[in-house]
Design a protein around this ligand. Structure first.
Ligand code: SF4
Length: 215
């Protein structure tokens, strides 16, 4: 196994999502993804990229001077050295978050990594790719994110939350798919259902133009 990864971009900005939203964060975007979610907003990360050594990635992240770092994609766990990068960044003194689509095994990640894992709803057209075994490897501090396109997704999400007792086991984030579901509609449904979940808006899409890259 090589000690390199294919990287689309590394930059510092404000964390837009999760319980870390609003904090300065360095993003390491790994290239490639085995999924094709209907509403994907990072398709530019599917191909290309630059091969970098793990040391060079840590060095670039250190140069940016932010001690919170997120591994994202694409699907970061589709490249097997991602877990080793998480380990090295932790050793360099970073708090490491990872945003994963939920189709890849999270168990190789070091326990110090804060995992934000999607469960793909039917509206993504990727619900058959959820790797349900991952629920047995998440920590109580980790987060489950569900991106909803319409009311059918919401009803499906409520069933999944109840079936797996997700709200009792993890932090649950519900996101409206940008441009497909109005945040207000989702808030109304959440309140009516008395869900113990957090509304997760992508702050960067409200601060900058929604298609702006590298923020
Ligand atoms: S898992 Fe993420 S990067 Fe991959 S297609 Fe879905 S939204 Fe895009």
């Amino acid at each position: 196994m090589t000690d390199t990864l294919i990287i689309t971009e590394i930059y510092a900005s404000i964390q837009g999502e999760s319980s870390y939203a609003g904090l300065p964060c360095t993003f390491v975007r790994l290239t490639g993804c085995p999924l094709r979610c209907r509403w994907c907003d990072t398709a530019y990360g599917f191909y290309g990229g630059t091969e970098m050594s793990l040391e060079a990635i840590c060095s670039k992240a250190s140069d940016l001077g932010v001690k919170l770092v997120e591994l994202t994609g694409g699907e970061p766990l589709a490249q097997k050295q991602c877990s080793e990068l998480a380990r090295m960044l932790t050793d360099h003194g970073f708090k490491v978050l990872i945003e994963t689509g939920g189709s890849e095994d999270v168990s190789p990640l070091p326990k110090t990594t804060h995992i934000i894992m999607d469960i793909k709803c039917p509206g993504s057209q990727m619900a058959d790719r959820n790797h349900w075994e991952n629920l047995n490897h998440l920590k109580p501090t980790d987060e489950i994110k569900m991106v909803l396109s319409h009311r059918e997704d919401f009803d499906w999400a409520v069933d999944i939350i109840n079936k797996h007792k997700l709200s009792e086991r993890f932090n649950v984030l519900l996101s409206p798919a940008f441009g497909l579901l109005q945040p207000k509609d989702l808030v109304d449904w959440m309140m009516a259902a008395k869900l113990n979940a957090r509304l997760n808006l992508q702050q960067h899409k409200y601060i900058w133009h929604p298609r702006t890259k590298g923020v």
